[in-house]
Write a protein that binds this ligand. Structure first.
Ligand SMILES: NC(=O)c1ccc[n+]([C@@H]2O[C@H](COP(=O)([O-])OP(=O)(O)OC[C@H]3O[C@@H](n4cnc5c(N)ncnc54)[C@H](OP(=O)(O)O)[C@@H]3O)[C@@H](O)[C@H]2O)c1
Length: 287
């Protein structure tokens, strides 16, 4: 497993394990399976409603706390200085931890500047090792950078072969913000795993399309956090460190870019309404 150094010097694994849509009742076992498979970075969020189960898995997995890298996120209703401070305490309590490795602002909505002040303070107090955002387009990210005392170290964004965001990755590099890909498989929707180009490349390397997608990301310096509730898929998704995609295959994958999101478009009015509607009717199918 490779690691990458964030702008503040903290080392983070290039591959982690996501628990979005993992129901609370199976989440403890799923996370224990992931940790025993070799994952050390676990990505949850207050809105996933499974932080307590993640916490139980952390306490019982037998791996020392300092070897794990735990991420959670503050959701829209937790934006604003006071609310984010309270959300942080609640998440830490749910997880049974004394510090977080990474705390993220989940959406670029609401009073996220107030939240950023809270994150900066918690970071300076040593309660969070790294801070960042999710789903920030470059204009908002740059504005945050101009108005921050502590720069965001991570931007977690939707990224997969159908939505590659090459320009945004270069802009993040200029801002010294590490990209982390959520939904690296686009949740397996829209034919991602049956994409002929990926099947052909997978056959050439004796790998699966899932492994090709993950390898393509990490070869471009993008952290991946695939989710699976199946142990054999957890193992498969972790077996990406023994091969390299050549230039020609990277170019073939580049040609699969459709240039628009499959999961979340924060520029669309209908999407913003959908995200806010979740607040009045929370269900696990939220982002
Ligand atoms: N910051 C944000 O706004 C945001 C938004 C969404 C997600 N995330 C984070 O990113 C993580 C990953 O994204 P995601 O969970 O949405 O989607 P994903 O990782 O792209 O895809 C997960 C889906 O792919 C399937 N799968 C996993 N490995 C597979 C394999 N090797 N072969 C075939 N199918 C496979 C899983 O099924 P099974 O589980 O049945 O195996 C599941 O249906 C999340 O869990 C969450 O931590 C963040």
């Amino acid at each position: 497993m490779e690691t990458v150094r964030l702008s503040n010097g903290v080392m983070i694994p290039m591959e982690g394990f996501g628990v979005f849509q993992v129901p609370e009742e199976i989440c403890e076992q799923v996370v224990r399976d992931a940790i025993s498979t070799g994952y050390r970075l676990i990505d949850t969020a207050s809105s996933y409603q499974n932080e307590k189960a993640v916490g139980r898995a952390i306490q019982s997995c037998g791996i020392p706390r300092e070897e794990l890298f735990i991420t959670t996120k503050a959701y829209i209703q937790q934006m604003g200085y006071e609310k984010t401070k309270e959300a942080f305490r609640e998440s830490l309590n749910n997880l049974g931890l004394t510090y977080l490795d990474l705390y993220l602002i989940h959406m670029p909505f609401g009073d996220y500047y107030g939240s950023w002040r809270a994150l900066e303070e918690l970071y300076q107090e040593g309660k969070i090792r790294a801070i960042g955002v999710c789903n920030f387009l470059p204009d908002r990210l740059l504005d945050l950078c101009y108005n921050a005392k502590i720069l965001p170290q991570i931007n977690q964004i939707e990224r997969h072969p159908h939505y590659q965001r090459a320009d945004e990755l270069s802009q993040m590099k200029e801002m010294n913000v590490q990209p982390e890909a959520w939904a690296p498989f686009a949740e397996g929707l829209k034919g991602m795993f049956t994409e002929p180009v990926l099947l052909e490349i997978a056959e050439k390397y004796h790998k699966s399309p899932a492994q090709i997608i993950l390898r393509w990301n990490v070869q471009q310096g993008v952290i991946v956090i695939p989710k699976s509730v199946h142990k054999e898929r957890m193992e498969e998704n972790l077996a990406i460190w023994d091969f390299n995609l050549d230039k020609e295959d990277m170019e073939k994958i580049a040609a699969l870019d459709k240039g628009c999101p499959s999961m979340l478009d924060t520029r669309k009015i209908s999407e913003i309404k959908r995200v806010y509607d979740y607040l009045s009717n929370p269900v696990l199918t939220s982002l």
